[in-house]
Design a binder for this molecule. Structure first.
Ligand code: SF4
Length: 190
């Protein structure tokens, strides 16, 4: 089953690499599909690739990715256990937020990733992902760390690691969110 999922994800990634469904394809070095365990119980979703991700073809690398890895390690999770993806797969110019129409064009890839991986928990990293996947008026500063259930999947929004690098005063709150996440994962039935 895991091999079938991996093969389906690989085929989807191939389609993603050639996608021209929105103007973001024009500025990319490469599409950044997502990485991780095809059988992951935990899926992280950010907003889109930055400069380093566009260069390396993997989401959450560079300083923001290193901070994410630190949070995972602090609560006993390993990056390899999770799956990590973004709302849009191609880098928005100048690291601006992806436009609503770009998000809409790209969402079929994420929906298919979710359908194939079937994570038990989805964590939205930052406002863009949380507003798109949890609720359009989601406020990260007020609602981070709160779990809601949507169609049988637990969802939670927390700070984007890049935002934590800019505003380190929120780091303790983010760590609490990750501790709550670990507790939820431990409480999941096998
Ligand atoms: Fe296609 Fe998504 Fe890239 Fe737009 S951002 S070109 S929809 S893969």
């Amino acid at each position: 089953m895991e091999q079938e999922t991996a093969a389906a994800l690989a085929a989807l990634a191939e389609r993603c690499r050639g996608c021209t469904a929105c103007p973001l394809c024009r500025g990319r070095r490469q599409a950044v599909f997502g990485v991780g365990n095809p059988a992951a119980r935990l899926l992280f979703v950010g907003e889109g690739p930055g400069e380093q991700e566009d260069r390396r073809g993997e989401p959450f690398v560079g300083p923001a990715g290193e901070l994410l890895n630190l949070y995972l390690k602090a609560v006993g999770l390993r990056r390899e256990e999770c799956y990590i993806a973004n709302i849009v797969k191609c880098r928005p110019p100048g690291n601006r937020d992806p436009l609503p129409e770009e998000q809409e064009a790209c969402l079929p890839f994420l929906r298919e990733q979710v359908r194939l991986i079937r994570p038990k928990i989805i964590v939205c990293l930052g406002r863009v992902a949380a507003c798109r996947l949890i609720r359009p008026d989601f406020r990260v500063t007020r609602e981070h760390g709160q779990f809601v259930e949507k169609k049988g999947t637990l969802m939670m929004g927390t700070f984007h690691p890049a935002a934590l690098l800019r505003g380190p005063q929120q780091k303790p709150a983010a760590l609490e969110d990750f501790m709550a996440l670990r507790d939820r994962l431990l409480a999941l039935p096998e």
